[in-house]
Write a protein that binds this ligand. Structure first.
Ligand code: GAL
Length: 373
């Protein structure tokens, strides 16, 4: 009799156990086919650093649109204006409210170690988005653009525009890169100097301020105002101006810093007829307008629709229990080892190709990049 009762209780226990696994949307692979394949809708947390810099608004909108189209529920959060404690709190909330995957564009590369460790402990895969997150083995994958190539494109543009290979020089240049807490500047600034450093070494390119170290050229928070202030100081100390000390080029690692530099140079009397070469990145709307007006020379287009699509593919693979497609297994060591990465391809943007690149592709309308009357 006792054996019979025990067998009945064992069967009841087994029924409850297996039915509970089926409801957690576990990695049986079926639910994630559409994100909502019969189980609970899978929820993805998307953490963006700010809305004050244009590109992140597009990244967030693209991620939300493409994830929802794939059947996922999306918790999209912007961390104030690059506020680290806010980003940490939002991520903690995503972990607590059942997000199955986290996608994070970090404000500071080294500020999310603990919260990403918590995600790992909760069995939640984390994808580092555009910017690498350091010192945690909780990063499953990294989705970004070829950041070294972005820098090389900027350096090569200056090399070509000044004909450094053939001309005698010397040419004067100043250099700006991004936030010192953004791991990307190692690759942006490093890529540009791979091209420019030999010319600096031979004296064909001269940096009158002597500020050539990444730390000296870094602009906190990628702020246009901080970049403008540094450029104003460089102008005052070195006497740059249309009738003063010659300034042939300013390397800027992205558009928000280029915009600050451009404002300072305009205030110093430069016009489209005598503006130094100015590089950038992101093809922000104000910078496209500056290219059309002849003050910014180039930018680098990183189609955020492409990066979002790649990230959604990664999420689909992860939730199906398969390996996402990656194309780099050597470049990005986050302090705990190299993170498997997919690098999307950046494209140079200039006045010559912005129409095809940005308008014809539907990224912007012509009105988006037409200055207000
Ligand atoms: C970088 C990003 C760039 C740049 C900058 C400002 O990490 O890769 O596209 O715009 O942040 O947000």
């Amino acid at each position: 009799m006792k054996k019979k009762v025990f067998s009945i209780l064992l069967v009841i226990a087994m029924v409850f156990t297996f039915s509970a696994c089926g409801q957690t949307g576990g990695n049986d692979g079926d639910d994630a086919d559409t994100g909502n394949g019969g189980g609970d809708t899978l929820k993805v947390g998307v953490s963006m650093p700010t809305q004050s810099l244009q590109r992140w608004n597009q990244d967030g909108a693209n991620m939300k649109q493409q994830l929802e189209a794939a059947g996922y529920e999306v918790d999209l959060q912007y961390a104030g204006d690059n506020d680290v404690p806010t980003q940490v709190a939002q991520l903690e909330n995503m972990i607590a409210t059942g997000c199955q995957v986290l996608v994070i564009a970090a404000i500071e590369a080294a500020s999310l170690t603990n919260v990403v460790d918590s995600a790992k402990a909760a069995g939640i895969p984390v994808i580092a988005y555009d910017r690498l997150i350091m010192n945690t083995d909780g990063i499953a994958y990294y989705a970004t653009f070829d950041n070294n190539l972005v820098g090389r494109m900027q350096g090569e543009y200056i090399e070509t525009a000044l004909d450094l290979k053939n001309s005698a020089g010397p040419y004067n240049i100043e250099m700006f890169t991004g936030s010192p807490d953004d791991n990307n500047i190692i690759f942006f600034f490093g890529g540009a100097l791979e091209v420019l450093q030999p010319y600096i070494d031979e004296g064909k390119l001269v940096v009158p301020s002597g500020q050539t170290a990444r730390e000296q050229c870094a602009i906190q928070g990628w702020s246009s105002e901080v970049a403008q202030s540094r450029m104003e100081n460089l102008i005052a100390v070195n006497g740059y101006g249309p009738n003063g000390t010659k300034l042939d080029a300013v390397l800027c690692s992205n558009d928000s810093t280029a915009q600050g530099v451009t404002t300072a140079l305009k205030n110093a009397g430069y016009t489209a007829e005598n503006f130094p070469i100015i590089t950038g990145q992101d093809c922000d709307k104000p910078s496209v307008i500056n290219m059309k007006q002849g003050t910014q020379s180039m930018s680098v287009f990183k189609d955020t629709r492409t990066l979002a699509a790649r990230t959604v593919q990664m999420i689909d693979s992860i939730l199906k229990g398969t390996e996402p497609e990656i194309n780099d297994t050597t470049t990005y060591d986050n302090g705990t080892g190299v993170i498997p990465t997919y690098q999307c391809a950046p494209v140079i943007g200039t006045i010559e190709n912005y129409q095809e690149l940005l308008i014809d592709s539907g990224y912007y309308t012509e009105a988006d990049v037409t200055p207000a009357e």
